[in-house]
Design a protein around this ligand. Structure first.
Ligand code: 3DU
Length: 249
């Protein structure tokens, strides 16, 4: 089963389109591991995957820390996505992808800005040979993102188009298993949905703390919502996760 099929299966089983952004901050790595695991146990039934950033990897360490969180996610039948935002030359990207796949991650997020040749080619090769997935960052959710992702230019073609459309095309051409588009930009989500068709997962961060409207994002075409602070920062994370779950049931 492909990554796209697995996350969809969990989404259906848990009646949830929420990818939990596990961005807890805690000085002591042991406490951080305990809190991360407790949160996952609490909300696991109400989400469809967990996304982990580099700061958690740095704080927990890859072995004996992050790998246990990934194992727990799998015990809860949740796919684990590494938000590495890979954006470097081929050999270092490859090392990062291999390291995260080695500890069990099912998918990795990369930035298409690095390009294919000696950029993301090595990441896709790693993923494809191991049955894992690459998700590409196509439009960020923060207000400053517009300065780059919306630049309109011909980029060597006849009709001028915004950068995010070119990045979306790369995702299609390279057979990415998903794209990240900020929930704060429903009109961009709709356009990306038009371009990728119905089958590709659109992952939208920026809900809650960043001001994006989850209902609007889903109606515009997002498949999944990436949510962090609005869940783990809530007085009752389980209840908060259930409320987001309510959007799709
Ligand atoms: O704002 P939240 O607390 O719900 O966290 C959003 C998460 O999504 C966080 O892990 C961040 O790294 C990620 N993300 C964005 O916020 C915006 C992007 O464009 C891409 C990823």
């Amino acid at each position: 089963m492909s990554f796209s099929e697995r996350i969809w299966k969990t989404a259906e089983a848990n009646k949830s389109r929420t990818v939990l952004a596990l961005d807890l901050e805690e000085h002591d790595p042991k406490q951080l591991a305990i809190k991360s695991e407790e949160l996952l146990q609490k909300v696991g039934k109400h989400i469809c995957a967990v996304k982990i950033n580099r700061q958690l990897a740095m704080s927990l360490g890859m072995r004996g820390g992050l790998d246990r969180v990934v194992d727990l996610a799998h015990e809860l039948a949740l796919p684990a996505i590494m938000d590495a935002k890979l954006n470097d030359v081929g050999h270092t990207n490859e090392f990062m992808a291999r390291s995260f796949f080695d500890i069990g991650f099912d998918a990795i997020i990369a930035s298409p800005v690095a390009g294919w040749e000696n950029g993301l080619d090595s990441v896709f090769a790693q993923a494809n040979s191991r049955g894992r997935a690459v998700i590409l960052l196509v439009y960020m959710s923060n207000p400053g993102a517009e300065a780059f992702y919306s630049i309109v230019g011909a980029h060597g073609r006849e009709t001028p188009r915004p950068v995010f459309e070119l990045l979306t095309e790369m995702a299609i051409q390279w057979k990415a298993q998903g794209v990240v588009v900020g929930a704060t930009k429903p009109e961009v989500i709709s356009r990306v949905r038009e371009l990728v068709g119905p089958g590709m997962g659109i992952y939208s961060p920026g809900v809650g703390a960043q001001g994006g409207d989850p209902g609007k994002a889903l109606r515009a075409g997002s498949t999944y919502l990436i949510i962090g602070r609005a869940i783990y920062g809530a007085p009752e994370p389980e209840r908060a996760a259930m409320e987001f779950q309510g959007l799709v049931s």
